[in-house]
Design a protein around this ligand. Structure first.
Ligand SMILES: [Ca+2]
Length: 429
């Protein structure tokens, strides 16, 4: 094993130890708080008194993305690793969380290596000790989170939102020709499950503690706004910061090799639905793009609440020894105390409540290809949004042309030999 690999393993193990040793999952960034504390939640729920009131989503620590193509990693320096496989071991950690064996592909300079680490995936806990999402149902476009942790069952479905990679020239470019990609239109999505009423009473005759108008909302927000593009024969991934879709300069790169089968292009345009404008027998490079997302949850409801106030009520209070105590006057102007302070019901009404927070990606039971370990430390930092990818063709001046493509997270690109050719691909010379 080479020295840098020892270093990498030690670093990862140290990171894992720090992760196990500190209850980091107890602190969830971006809690929604009420009156400076979190409604109904206790330690381990992700709520604590340090979260600022009414300020969800702030303060999350940013993870460093993998080294960008412009700054290729040097041997002995930082490495880039990507999670390629995550398999449940069948065992659980000391904390009772399921253990997964994660396999990584790591790159340091020209050196390649596979690394394996066992990590745990815990769900955030509520005050009742249950995870926010008791179970997940993953579909091609999003997922359902079923929750039993609030004292009743409620589900919400959220789709992955759309995001755009603007491309030019597309779908065919030339060898050694300026080719452009740009990240724009990255969206946010929410999905809400609803219950009208939960409790022992009815909407017209409620009992104290009954809940109504319960909304459980999931929200997918961009992790940092960056999009990741992997293209064959190019330094990958290309990490694209968010751009203004109306004329912002894109990232420019050049292919050095035409998309022939001997260069790894094995699919022909005619086999790809939606690429009818390219010559059907032309071989295309196959790449992919995704954007990392964070998952947030929110529960809003009204609780039927007995409102009490301290009042002076007639008669004495008795203490533990049976003594009678008068400590207030029921009317102004009388010489002696004739009553005692006690809590008195003054009203019954519906009171709004809200709770929420982030479900860290490391605690989401998701298929491995959806878990984004952006810094290669063995812990997922985000969810990969593949399905929301739309490719938008740009004009040569980098304005949106109107033509779009959707290949479910894939990017097909044809690259022709450019010698002797003048003008843009697709145009007659
Ligand atoms: Ca990570």
């Amino acid at each position: 094993m080479k020295a840098w690999r020892y270093g990498l393993v030690v670093l990862l193990l140290l990171g894992l130890f720090a992760w196990f040793a500190h209850p980091v999952e107890a602190k969830v960034e971006g809690m929604i708080c009420e009156d400076g504390k979190c409604q109904g939640d206790t330690g381990g729920s992700g709520c604590d008194v340090t979260c600022p009131p009414g300020n969800p989503g702030g303060g999350g620590k940013k993870e460093e993305p993998p080294t960008t193509p412009e700054e290729p990693p040097q041997a002995g320096g930082n490495s880039t690793c990507s999670l390629i496989e995550s398999v449940p071991t069948g065992d659980t950690s000391a904390k009772g969380c399921p253990l997964y064996r994660n396999k990584y592909f790591c790159l340091v300079g020209q050196e390649k290596a596979y690394e394996e680490f066992v990590v745990e995936q815990c769900e955030p806990k509520t005050s009742s000790g249950s995870p926010i999402c008791t179970s997940y149902i993953w579909t091609g476009t999003g997922f359902t989170c079923n929750s039993d942790c609030f004292g009743f069952s409620i589900s919400a479905y959220v789709r992955f939102p759309g995001f755009c990679i603007d491309v030019e020239p597309y779908p065919v470019t030339l060898v050694n020709y300026d080719t452009a990609v740009r990240n724009s239109c990255m969206g946010t999505s929410t999905g809400t499950g609803h219950l009208d009423y939960k409790g022992n009473g009815t909407p017209s005759d409620p009992r104290p503690g009954d809940l109504r108008d319960i909304n459980f909302t999931l929200e997918l927000r961009p992790y940092d706004g960056n999009a990741y593009v992997w293209l064959p024969k190019l330094p990958s991934p290309i990490i694209l910061p968010p751009a203004d879709p109306n004329g912002s300069m894109p990232y420019i790169f050049r292919w050095q090799q035409a998309s022939h089968p001997d260069a790894g292009a094995t699919i022909q345009a005619g086999q790809i639905k939606g690429l009818e404008e390219a010559p059907p027998d032309m071989y295309m490079y196959e790449g992919r793009a995704a954007a990392p997302y964070r998952l947030f949850w929110r529960l809003t409801y009204e609780r039927y609440t007995v409102i009490e106030e301290e009042r002076c009520v007639p008669g004495p209070k008795r203490d533990e020894l049976g003594n009678t105590i008068y400590n207030c006057k029921t009317r102004a102007g009388i010489p002696n105390n004739d009553g005692h302070i006690d809590k008195v019901e003054v009203d019954r009404r519906w009171v709004s409540h809200q709770r929420g927070g982030e479900i860290p990606a490391s605690q989401i039971q998701a298929p491995p290809h959806l878990l984004a370990d952006l810094n290669g430390d063995g812990t997922a930092d985000a969810l990969w949004n593949w399905v929301g990818l739309t490719l938008r063709r740009m004009t040569e001046n980098y304005f949106i042309e109107g033509k779009t493509y959707n290949f479910g997270g894939k990017i097909y690109w044809g690259v022709r030999e450019g010698q002797g050719q003048i003008g843009y691909p697709g145009q007659a010379p």
